[in-house]
Design a binder for this molecule. Structure first.
Ligand SMILES: Cc1cc2nc3c(=O)[nH]c(=O)nc-3n(C[C@H](O)[C@H](O)[C@H](O)COP(=O)(O)OP(=O)(O)OC[C@H]3O[C@@H](n4cnc5c(N)ncnc54)[C@H](O)[C@@H]3O)c2cc1C
Length: 414
């Protein structure tokens, strides 16, 4: 039996960073992961280059049950901290649109180099070992422990064949998005069994699938800037803080940044609402004198791809001159251009999702991400009910929450 100050389950960015920081401050740390190499999901990030953080970081860029807690964590761990980590790891980066910070070398290097730093700091790795038979100290206040009390003051678990015990346990096991790299929700289920509120996971940052007969079928390959919103229980809202982003028509529906971001809020039954000319009110275009003699479909195709203009324009208006349209027809045209509505049949699912919303709710944890039910148990990263939008927000959260947990552990144990 090996005994540690801290056992961390999950060697993604959250677990690696937490392990590195805790070990550098003198704690003995075990880091367990089912994979043979750390950061399997991190290596896929940003098309292999890693979108690690973002210049604009606010709680509005996350879907969570406790925005105030997320705001506090972000304030103490701004974008510059991640840039410093990249500099320290020798990973060059560049800024792209929407303030996104991308690496210029493979994202796999971030995982490799963090693992080297962990190694240098004395972290013991248990790779290729799925953590199982996890038990908490007898003092835990969760009802689950009332029924099934474990003896002793330590957490214990099996990492493969090795039995590990530790004064603190950190669950950094991520979400079930992208099962191809072994992602799963097993430890979120364990957290639920131990008395934590756990929001069911659902795929996000994922393309939406449309019914085969939807009016814009057959436009695959077309991409343009839109504002995307949702109609939930009859109420329209536009949740994306950035407003306008590209949409891409696919064979099965819609994708592109506008849709991936919106998928963070989409739930079955919500209508997708698209504004295809978010900066050009169509009524103003109709009013322009020089457009009066144009056919309506020709006017639209000056501002968007012709095939989309054809599909959006109500059939009875397409061949009429702009100047001829009366008030009702103008409003009808504006509705189909600025409020195009459709009911997605679903998403492309966890296999195609870059993240999963849901997980351990912050309401079950203290401000330092310690369990209120099981003292000494901490959570960090995507296993928490904190989901970042597209733009580097999820890796940022993994690092920020890992850092917070490490500093809390250090305060307590040194
Ligand atoms: C294709 C793709 C691209 C992405 N691109 C970006 C991007 O550019 N920017 C961004 O911010 N985010 C991106 N993300 C999301 C980002 O990768 C994740 O949010 C991030 O990796 C979460 O970090 P984590 O440490 O919490 O969990 P993970 O990275 O998922 O790590 C969790 C680890 O826990 C291990 N584990 C789970 N259960 C057990 C167990 N019982 N025993 C042992 N080990 C266990 C897993 O093997 C895994 O290695 C992308 C995701 C995908 C799928």
């Amino acid at each position: 039996m090996f005994q540690y100050d801290v056992a961390i389950i999950g060697a993604g960015p959250a677990g690696l960073f937490c392990a590195r920081n805790a070990a550098r401050r003198g704690l003995s740390v075990a880091l367990v992961d089912s994979h043979n190499r750390p950061g399997a999901k991190l290596s896929l990030a940003g098309g292999g280059r890693g979108n690690y953080t973002n210049r604009t970081l606010t709680e509005k860029h996350y879907v969570t049950d406790n925005p105030a807690l997320v705001r506090g964590v972000l304030r103490s761990f701004p974008c510059e901290k991640v840039l410093n980590i990249l500099r320290e790891l020798g990973l060059p980066f560049e800024e792209r649109d929407f303030g996104q910070i991308f690496g210029l070398r493979p994202a796999a290097l971030m995982a490799e180099r963090l693992a080297v730093q962990c190694d240098d700091a004395g972290v013991d790795f248990y790779l290729g070992c799925t953590a199982g038979s996890i038990t908490a100290p007898a003092s835990s206040s969760s009802p689950a422990f009332g029924r099934k009390r474990e003896e002793g003051r330590l957490f214990s678990l099996l990492a493969g064949r090795e039995k590990i015990s530790a004064r603190n346990l950190v669950i950094a096991s991520g979400s079930p998005a992208c099962p191809a790299v072994g992602a799963n929700d097993n430890l979120a289920r364990l957290a639920a069994a131990w008395g934590h509120d756990v929001e069911p996971f659902r795929p996000v940052l994922v393309p939406l699938v449309m019914p085969g007969n939807w009016p814009l079928a057959g436009l695959e390959g077309i991409s343009l800037n839109v504002r995307a919103g949702l109609r939930h229980d009859g109420e329209l809202f536009w949740p994306d803080p950035e407003g306008i982003r590209p949409l891409l028509f696919t064979h099965r529906g819609v994708s592109g940044p506008a849709v991936l971001v919106l998928s963070c809020w989409w739930k079955s039954g919500d209508e997708l609402v698209l504004d295809f000319l978010p900066e050009l009110p169509v009524v103003e275009l109709l009013d322009e004198k020089e457009h009066g003699r144009l056919l309506v479909r020709n006017l639209l195709s000056r501002f968007m791809p012709a095939r989309l203009a054809e599909a959006l324009c109500p059939a009875d208006l397409a061949r009429r001159k702009c100047a001829e349209l009366g008030k009702k027809d103008r409003l009808r045209l504006a509705e189909s251009v600025h409020r195009f509505s459709c009911l997605p049949s679903g998403t492309e699912g966890l296999k195609k999702a870059e993240a999963a919303a849901g997980g351990v709710r912050l309401s079950s944890l203290s401000r330092s991400l310690e369990s209120l039910a099981v003292p000494g148990l901490f959570f960090c990263g995507e296993v928490l009910n904190v989901t970042g939008l597209l733009g580097g927000y999820n890796i940022h959260w993994a690092l920020a929450s890992g850092a917070l947990v490490a500093s809390e552990l250090t305060k307590r144990l040194t």
